[in-house]
Write a protein that binds this ligand. Structure first.
Ligand code: NAD
Length: 445
């Protein structure tokens, strides 16, 4: 079976390389020539653990290929996975223009008397599969037979390959037996639950899953704020809640809110879908607005501790929205760094992988520098803010941090360090949701 992948972003390149690794012949198409040139040479343009090796191996073994030529791509591919972006429009709804262009091109250039399956892997609002059908009918002049399948992707950046190859479930929304047989064949070698449903249900499953997880995060962050005010400990509370099998412990780590290329945009897009269908959406509006203002918490703690931030030297560890990725889309760091710049802070930023992406938005200046190590970032600073829980940070010894900083103020937005240790060493330490620590900090200032 010859597989085509349209769009070689995070999802497309992982989908293409993993399916090639499963033994399929895969051709990936993108309009971005630089990306295709890099991938054709086995060079990954994103940081994702294990990805470059996977690309190189499958290129060498001849199963994975790349092109910018739409005609030869469509001639070749029998099953076409759409992995283009669906970023948010200003009103929160999903911008489906990349999806529309991709499908229109497929329809226009599809060879006559052939059969193609178009698979929606991108995250799209319910009803998009119907739009794909009508636009394809409109632009296809060569009587190609098309089937449409919804097969949303659930991988997480940072563990994308493992997630793709060992998913909790594969959701497949379709309408014909022919498409069902082919899709089940593609996933026959995956040891997982196959959820075969109608296309509309499949489209809703993706948005509902991400919105539910985002809701869990905003919920536990609300409880964390209560813990800080009442002497309770969010770690213990989350364990106590999480042992309940109906709830589960995953996604109950308190912090400075969710970010990334999926949760913020998918929650907004799902609100938009609910509103457009006149379905009550206040539950998700609360999740979204709580999360939007969550990073302000860091600034509030700093201002309570250091009062005026202007001209203070402050280090930030972690710019990526989560560890093991270089993705900074909707990362809390964007909000925190902008607020610190507005306040005239002298910033030293460090992230093991996301520096290049961050630097495009926040170039170096007199008041903003990038460090090449966590220790270089904190040298002589008056506060350290931790925004991403990279393993590298957990390995730095608190004694070394204490010695390097001018003032030992640490605002730990990801609860990376053990609070008892930090307090014993004399830090002014502010983790999330640790009521006793906050009380102690208030009393000892
Ligand atoms: P991305 O922005 O990283 O990549 C999109 C790619 O599509 C780019 O390389 C772009 O050049 C290419 N493209 C745009 N228009 C094209 C066209 N007409 N023809 C060919 N290529 C085109 O996006 P992503 O993060 O990979 O996400 C893709 C989709 O998957 C989105 O809908 C997203 O919500 C969903 N998703 C993302 C993740 C994730 O963690 N990133 C996880 C699950 C689902």
């Amino acid at each position: 079976m010859k597989i085509g992948v349209v769009g070689t972003g995070y999802v497309g390149i992982v989908t293409g390389s993993c399916l090639a690794d499963k033994g399929f012949d895969v051709l990936c198409f993108d309009v971005d020539e630089a990306k295709i040139a890099a991938y054709s040479k086995g060079k990954s343009v994103i940081y994702e653990p294990g990805l470059e090796d996977l690309i190189k191996r499958n290129l060498q073994e001849g199963r994975l290929n790349f092109t910018t030529d739409i005609r030869s791509f469509i001639e070749y591919a029998e099953v076409i996975f759409l992995c283009v972006g669906t970023p948010p429009l200003p009103d929160g709804s999903a911008d489906l223009s990349q999806v529309e262009t991709a499908v229109r091109n497929i329809a226009e250039y599809a060879p006559p008397n052939s059969y193609k399956i178009i698979v929606e892997k991108s995250t799209v609002p319910v009803g998009t599969h119907k739009r794909l059908q009508t636009i394809t009918r409109l632009y296809n002049k060569s009587k190609t037979e098309f089937d449409f399948v919804v097969n949303s992707e659930f991988l997480r950046e940072g563990s994308a390959i493992g997630d793709f190859l060992n998913p909790d479930r594969v959701v497949i929304g379709l309408e014909t037996e022919k498409a069902k047989e082919i899709m089940l064949k593609i996933y026959s070698d995956f040891d997982t639950e196959r959820v075969v449903v109608d296309p509309a249900s499949a489209e809703i499953i993706k948005y509902a899953s991400n919105s539910f997880l985002a809701m869990k995060i905003s919920f536990i962050n609300t409880v964390a704020d209560l813990c800080e005010k009442t002497g309770a400990d969010i770690g213990k509370v989350a364990d106590g809640i999480g042992f309940d099998k109906r709830i589960g412990r995953a996604f109950l780590n308190a912090g400075i809110g969710y970010g990334g290329s999926c949760f913020p945009k998918d929650v907004k897009a799902f609100i938009n879908v609910l509103d457009s269908q006149s379905v009550e959406s206040s539950i998700l509006k609360a999740v979204e607005s709580f999360n939007r203002y969550r990073p302000n918490k860091i600034i509030k703690i700093l201002e309570e501790e250091l009062w005026i931030l202007k001209d203070k030297d402050i280090a930030v560890w972690g710019l990526a929205f989560k560890p093991e990725t270089d993705d900074i889309r909707e990362a809390p760091s964007l909000n925190v760094v902008s607020s610190l710049i507005e306040r005239g802070v002298n910033l030293k930023l460090y992230d093991p992988e996301a520096k290049n992406n961050f630097e495009k938005l926040f170039p170096e200046s007199d008041k903003l520098k990038y460090a090449t190590s966590p220790m270089e970032a904190i040298e002589d600073t008056e506060a350290l803010i931790i925004l991403t829980e990279w393993d590298e940070f957990k390995k730095v010894k608190p004694d070394d941090i204490f010695k390097a900083m001018k003032l030992p103020v640490v605002v730990d937005g990801r609860n990376v360090f053990a609070e008892t240790d930090m307090i014993k060493k004399g830090f002014r330490y502010f983790p999330i949701g640790k009521g006793k620590v906050f009380d102690m900090m208030k009393k000892t200032v």
